[in-house]
Design a protein around this ligand. Sequence first.
Ligand code: MG
Length: 257
Amino acid sequence: MAVTVKNKEEIEALREGGKRLAFILAEVARAVKPGVSTLDLDNLARKLVEEGGDKSAFLNYKPAGMKRPYPATICVSVNDAIVHGIPNENPLIIKEGDIVSLDMGLNHKGLFTDAAVTVGVGTVDQAGQNLIDATRLALYEGINVIKPGKHIRDISYAIEKYVRPKHLGIVEELCGHGVGYKVHEDPFIPNFCLEEKGEKLKEGMVLALEPMLNEGSRHIKLDADGYTYRTQDGKRSAHFEHTVVVTHDGVEILTQE
Ligand code: MG
């Protein structure tokens, strides 16, 4: 499928949706404390989405190849869970020192934005904090190269170049994507370099960049719940994501307050 370009009005709606999504994610992130359950976090996210008059882009969404629709408003992935942790089935109680990734998509006026943050609960050990910091900075390394005329591989290269010296595992099976009319659109945006240059970036393209980094090896496994991806070696993982739009001379982050 061809990569779509969004018009001015659509970008305006995405900007408003992105702002709302950033607000909700920040509120949920503030609620992440020892003793809070993942179900509490999902309930808070659902309440905030409803108060804004919008819809969760994830609730009841059935990605290609999945056996059932996703059952929650947000994804909450704790420690060795990389992404797509289900918060409202067998909820977990958050503990001091946990690494908690929150991922959410918002449908505002029929247009979709997608974002994720990882938070450390209370005092996190140095390796865990390094993992969180590296993942957040890898996201910005990718964002900062975006402008018309660059290619998808330039984003992948910037992320990989930043991460490699840190000896963290870069998840390869899951990657960034186009977004806007749907939760997932073309192109794929790997967090490591492929041989092909990929799509050439054009003003109005809307992209979700989302590095997922593992403390140990890059290898992943899928839980019996059909959604939760975990590290194969049981070590921890972090995830940050922004939805951005390619502007006439650079890039604008849509998912910020
Ligand atoms: Mg995404």
